[in-house]
Design a binder for this molecule. Structure first.
Ligand code: MN3
Length: 179
């Protein structure tokens, strides 16, 4: 995690800043605004914003919703009801999230998102693509690039996602869901 945060995450931040150096009007926007309106970003830096901006946002999000010591392994507020309603049960949600996330082909992410119609959905994205660019609000993110798990889990992605579920800060996820 230290390597992931200090090196991989930092690289995205640095590369985004370099890419935007000649675009002060873009630097003035929040990363959310940039990713939500990728098509409005000048073509010469659009891919850089998509890759490095996505990498910056996605990692910030990922590190925000996990923690070394969590109080509860499932949501305790209204989000639990919504998950049960949307997926039948928390266990079903966890199974579907895990199945979809471990089968991401190549590098990418597994997400729980709230779509613009208010429905929850489990989606995946390739590379550093972000659900914000598809009009969805991220609620939960699991990084399944090899750099996220290979040092400790080698090819055992399922074990990594299982471990991820032990460190999700559901109180934080609930906050994000409610804002
Ligand atoms: Mn990563």
């Amino acid at each position: 995690m230290k390597l992931h945060y200090g090196k991989h995450h930092q690289t995205y931040v640095d590369k985004l800043n370099t890419a935007l150096a000649d675009f002060p009007e873009l630097s003035a926007l929040s990363i959310e605004e940039l990713l939500k309106n990728l098509e409005a970003v000048p073509e010469e830096v659009r891919q850089a914003v998509r890759n490095f901006g996505g990498g910056f946002y996605n990692h910030n999000f990922f590190f925000d919703i996990i923690g070394p010591k969590v109080d509860n392994l499932v949501p305790t507020g209204g989000l639990m009801e919504v998950l049960e309603k949307s997926f039948g049960s928390f266990d079903n949600f966890k199974k579907e999230f895990t199945d979809k996330t471990v089968t991401v082909f190549g590098s990418g992410w597994g997400w729980l998102v709230k779509n613009s119609d208010g429905q929850l959905a489990i989606v995946t994205s390739a590379n550093q693509d972000c659900p914000l660019s598809a009009g969805s609000k991220p609620l939960l993110a699991c990084d399944v690039w090899e750099h996220a798990y290979y040092l400790k889990y080698q090819n055992r992605r399922v074990e990594f996602v299982e471990a991820f579920f032990q460190v999700i800060d559901w109180n934080r996820v609930e906050e994000i869901y409610n804002t």
